[in-house]
Structures are given as structure tokens and as C-alpha cells.
Design a protein around this ligand. Structure first.
Ligand code: GTP
Ligand code: MG
Length: 395
């Protein structure tokens, strides 16, 4: 199972309460207050680990509750602190705090309330878009209805997800999701010369808690998109150590796959192969287009086309449809450096198709390969390295 979005409830440990106690000992009269302090609770901490590739752990354990601190005791003994709960998450996890912000009723305009009553409109966010562009562009409507922003920064608020509070990208990085409560002070702390027998102590502070949405957006430099059966997984297997499932039926790949491409000088690139996209993916046809979130962070995009036109498809048609699906999902995807790779060049018809394609799209750079027969693969690897380096420099 591949989980890339999961809601969790997190609660840090409460602080233990301080004790009220008095010193008792033979021949010591009125020994004074001796209540110990309560221990601190444990924090809930997220730790990034590159050994994980999805949020499956949180699917099985969605309640992240850290230990509370122990209460203080007599004889001046302090309570033990609660242990921190450290949860490992994959690189590229975004944390959204789901609590709703307070809306000032005076700010809501009249015509907005009218729209709220209209049941034919999909979501509140989409409605505002429809209002601002009366042409009713489907693309815009979908993007914003998803609550997606192309590259949200910490502090961004999206109605469906809440506020982005962290974007965890580096291995080893730690983020305190919920802060623990402090322990209360025992009564021995409150003794003064004028009040020598305090019969009270502090309670412990409660730990923070809340509902959070963890969203994974895979960190990869190169993203491969294409129609089902174009040979995306075959290409990933040809250039990296990844061994994704390859088969002659559509939608073999159901989840994003990651491959590490290694060069002789130990330089590494991460490549992400996502499930096939087809026309109408934005309307949830095929596997939909939600998984495109995983190529949002890529530096370059590889549009893989089946130049042999298997299944009576036409590469130029595929190309146009793919671009329009990418645009429907997020127009900023089309701003990334993009290269067309023509696969299945071992097939006899591929050559003439490639010519036709080049005539139709004169300015598009096309790299011919055959992933299954290893034709053009070493050159393609070098090409990837150069273009990723260029894209990083530009960034
Ligand atoms: N002749 C030829 N066949 C290829 C080539 N590359 C891939 N294939 C075949 O195309 C079929 C689909 O390959 P996959 O790699 O599974 O395609 P995919 O794009 O990952 O497909 P989905 O995961 O379903 O989206 C398989 O039967 C491959 O053997 C190639 O270069 N030449
Ligand atoms: Mg595949």
C-alpha cells in the first residue's frame, strides 16, 4: 500500500503535577514542605528518514500520543519526565495543521453568502474562482478546488488542508509537532518565611494537541510522465537500480516509483515514475491525476511518448493530451524544463512517426531511445545529468 496523504491526531504528554507533602522523621517536628516537582511530558517529534518512501506507518497508527510526565512525590522526589515520541516520516513530507481559522463575520460579503446557498457549485474555494472568471475555465476550477498551490511555503493556508507548518525535506531533520507540558512545582517551592506550610502545589501544564494532515510530495530531480504502456517503468529500470513491474497492459504502475540513477563518479539523481495519465485524468478517468503532486518538486520533466503508436494511438495526439492534463492539474508544471523522449524506436513504424512528430512540433527537443533494447540509454543518462545541473543552476 502506498499512502501519500493521511490525517493524524497528535498529543504531546502532559506535565506531571507537583506534590504536596511534608517531611516526617522521628525527633524532627514540623519538618517542612517536601513535595517534589512533576516531570515534563514527552514531545511528539517528526524525524525525516530517507529509508521510508511513504506514510504507511501513520496509516496504521494515526494517533500519535506521547507519554505524560510522572507526578512529584514526597521526600522531595521529582517525577520522571515522559519520553518523547519520535515518528519517522519520508523526505518530502508536508505538515498541515488542520484547525480552522476564526472567520470575522463582518468580512463576509453579501454575494458570497448567496453563492454559499447554491448547491450546484462544488466547493467553497472553487466557487470564488468561478465568480472571478465568468468564462468558467475548467482548469482553474479544478486546480483551486483541490486546494493545491504549486509550491506552498510554510505559513500558506489552504481551506481543505489548513495551514502549512512544516515542509520536511532533509534526512535527519526534526520537527516538534506538539510541544509537551511542563511539570508542576511541588509545595516545597512555595515555602516562605511567612508561609511555612504551603498546602498547595502546581498542576502540570497540558501538552499541545491537534489534528494534522501529512502530505507526501516525493523529492526527485526527474519526473517521467506519459500514457499507460508508453514504457515509463521500462525506462526507469533501464537507467536505475529500481525494478518496477513492467507489463503489456495499461496501469501496471499504480503508485509512484523512485529510482536512483548512479554515475561512475558516484553522482546520483533521483527519478520518479508516476502512473500513466490519460485524457480526462482531471475528471478522475483512469487513476485520476492526484499522484501528479509527486512531480511538483522535480527539476525537469520527461514526457515519454510511445513512438510506435501501440494500441492505435498517435504520439502527437498523446503529447497534446498529456500537456493539457498537466495544465489542468497545475499550470506551473508546464514552466519546468520539459523534454520529449521517443520510446520504442526499435519498432519499424517508429522512425516515420518520429519524422512526422518533428514536423508537427519543430521547436520541441526529442530524444529517441528504446528502453527495452537499451538503445540511446547511456546518452540519455548523460543528458539527464546535464539538464538537471542546468535547471539547478537556474533555480
Ligand atoms: N518494443 C518495445 N517495447 C517496449 C519498449 N519499452 C517498453 N516496451 C513494452 O511496453 C509495455 C509497457 O511497458 P511499461 O514499462 O510497463 O509501461 P508503463 O509506461 O510503465 O505503463 P504503466 O505502468 O501501465 O503506465 C511492456 O510490454 C514493455 O515490454 C521498447 O523500447 N520497445
Ligand atoms: Mg509502469
Amino acid at each position: 500500500m502506498f499512502i501519500d496523504e493521511i490525517k493524524v491526531f497528535a498529543q504531546a504528554g502532559h506535565g506531571g503535577k507537583g506534590a504536596v507533602a511534608f517531611h516526617r522523621e522521628a525527633y524532627v517536628t514540623k519538618g517542612g514542605p517536601s513535595g517534589g516537582n512533576g516531570g515534563r511530558g514527552g514531545d511528539v517529534i517528526l524525524e525525516v528518514s530517507h529509508d521510508l518512501n511513504n506514510l504507511i506507518g501513520q496509516f496504521f497508527v494515526p494517533r500519535l500520543i506521547a507519554q505524560s510526565g510522572q507526578g512529584g512525590m514526597g521526600k522531595g522526589m521529582d517525577g520522571l519526565s515522559g519520553e518523547d515520541l519520535v515518528i519517522k516520516v519520508p523526505c518530502g513530507t508536508m505538515v498541515w495543521a488542520m484547525s480552522k481559522p476564526e472567520v470575522d463575520p463582518s468580512e463576509e460579503s453579501e454575494d458570497e453568502t448567496e453563492l454559499e446557498d447554491d448547491p450546484t457549485l462544488p466547493t467553497s474555494h472553487a466557487r470564488s474562482v468561478i465568480r472571478s472568471s465568468s468564462s468558467g475555465e475548467v482548469a482553474k476550477e479544478y486546480n483551486l478546488a483541490d486546494g493545491e498551490e504549486s509550491a506552498p511555503v510554510v505559513g500558506t493556508f489552504v481551506p481543505e488542508k489548513g495551514e502549512l507548518i512544516a515542509d520536511l525535506t532533509k534526512h535527519g531533520e526534526r520537527f516538534i509537532l506538539c510541544k509537551a507540558g511542563r511539570g508542576g512545582l511541588g509545595n516545597r517551592n512555595f515555602a516562605t518565611s511567612r508561609h511555612q506550610t504551603p498546602r498547595f502545589a502546581q498542576p502540570g501544564e497540558p501538552g499541545d494537541e491537534g489534528n494534522f494532515l501529512l502530505e507526501l510530495r516525493i523529492m526527485a530531480e526527474v519526473g517521467i510522465v506519459g500514457y499507460p504502456n508508453a514504457g515509463k517503468s521500462t525506462l526507469l529500470a533501464a537507467i536505475s537500480h529500481a525494478r518496477p513491474k513492467i507489463a503489456a497492459y495499461p496501469f501496471t504502475t499504480l503508485h509512484p516509483q523512485i529510482g536512483i540513477l548512479e554515475y561512475p563518479d558516484w553522482h546520483r539523481l533521483t527519478v520518479c515514475d508516476v502512473p500513466g495519465i490519460i485524457e480526462g485524468a482531471h475528471l478522475n478517468v483512469g487513476l485520476g491525476h492526484k499522484f501528479l503532486r509527486h512531480i511538483k518538486r522535480c527539476k525537469i520533466l520527461i514526457v515519454l511518448l510511445d513512438m510506435a503508436g501501440t494500441d492505435a494511438r498517435e504520439p502527437w495526439d498523446d503529447y497534446k493530451k498529456l500537456l493539457s492534463e498537466l495544465k489542468f492539474y497545475d499550470p506551473s508544471l508546464l514552466e519546468k524544463p520539459r523534454y520529449v523522449v521517443a520510446n520504442k524506436m526499435d519498432e519499424p513504424v517508429a522512425e516515420s512517426n518520429l519524422k512526422k512528430f518533428k514536423q508537427k512540433f519543430r521547436r520541441v527537443k526529442v530524444i529517441p531511445i528504446s528502453a527495452a533494447f537499451d538503445l540511446g540509454i547511456p546518452a540519455f543518462k548523460e543528458f539527464l545529468r546535464e539538464t538537471v545541473a542546468e535547471a539547478s543552476e537556474e533555480e
